[in-house]
Design a protein around this ligand. Structure first.
Ligand code: MF3
Ligand code: CO
Ligand code: CO
Length: 291
């Protein structure tokens, strides 16, 4: 018989000791591990200089999303949304990280209705009455990456669409609000998100998750939006990662468009919503770097 790892994880440890003055990050992490704590790797902890760079990149990324929010309107195409992002990113002195990332052909992801994520802006896709749309921006600024996404709705949306978007926002806020540095674990995030989505009758996508971010678009750790309390690594100051649940109206199953290789759809054609926050874990709480 093999015991599941979750069962033998030690959840009874008190919050760990803080870092001593004069101790390096490497020494501190090593000590915590020796004491039995599951910790992030040293590279997941950013230096004060890196944190400042990420803070600026996150701020610029939010400004680009503000430009989208200000200018987006019903009747536009998603290619027009891409144009807004291109223009605003340039204006603020940033670089749109999506363009050319693993061959992605545009500067932003636009995911409408039954598209879960990684939708490609298109001149043929017009925003019309009742649509819901996720706009996901990643901006490089001063060499650092900022990443966040927002939901937009057009005209009269259905009660269900409105409730899905609201539930998704609540789920992210709940997870962020529950994080306590040195005490919370990575799995807690997925626990709160999944519990909230399920209580509303929805499901959470498992194949795609949040991620460390800052020096690259995607870094460790992988942030699963389904999890259990007390599982995974401790959340320690200096960590920067995204929380970006994709919540589906019905089945959590998804598939990737076989023609463009990017667009992720719900398998049953149901609606999907996503909200992405980029956060920094600090000594005394959480700072939102981009949302
Ligand atoms: N912004 C996305 C994320 O949240 C990734 C964009 S994929 C790309 O991780 F191909 F468009 F770059
Ligand atoms: Co993103
Ligand atoms: Co992301």
């Amino acid at each position: 018989m093999i015991k599941a790892r979750r069962v033998i994880e030690r959840r009874d440890l008190p919050p760990p000791p803080r870092m001593d003055a004069g101790q390096t990050c490497e020494e501190y992490i090593k000590k915590l591990r020796a004491l039995g704590y599951r910790t992030p790797g040293v590279r997941m902890i950013k230096t004060p200089e890196q944190i400042e760079g990420c803070r600026e990149a996150g701020r610029i990324n939010s400004l680009v999303l503000d430009a989208v929010e200000k200018n987006i309107e019903i009747g536009m195409t998603t290619a027009d949304v891409d144009d807004i992002v291109v223009k605003a990113t340039k204006e603020y002195g940033g670089i749109a990280a999506c363009l050319g990332f693993e061959g992605f052909p545009r500067s932003v992801c636009t995911s409408r209705n039954n598209v879960v994520c990684h939708g490609i802006p298109s001149k043929k896709e017009r925003l019309s009455d009742g649509d819901i749309l996720n706009v996901d921006c990643t901006t490089i600024y001063g060499g650092y990456y900022g990443d966040a996404s927002r939901m937009f709705t057009f005209g009269e949306i259905s009660h269900e669409a409105g409730r899905l978007v609201k539930t998704t926002r609540e789920a992210v806020e709940l997870a962020v609000g529950a994080i306590r540095p040195y005490e919370s674990h990575l799995g807690d995030i997925g626990y709160y998100i999944n519990r909230h989505a399920r209580q509303a009758g929805y499901s959470v996508v498992r194949e795609i998750g949040g991620h460390g971010v800052g020096l690259a678009m995607h870094e460790d750790p992988y942030v699963c939006h389904v999890g259990s309390l007390g599982s995974g690594m401790l959340l320690l100051p200096g960590m920067i990662f995204t929380i970006e649940p994709m919540i589906n109206q019905r089945s959590s199953r998804v598939y990737v468009d076989e023609h463009d290789g990017w667009t992720v759809y719900t398998s049953d054609g149901g609606l999907s919503a996503q909200i992405e926050y980029e956060i920094l874990i600090k000594e005394d709480g959480v700072e939102i770097l981009s949302k």
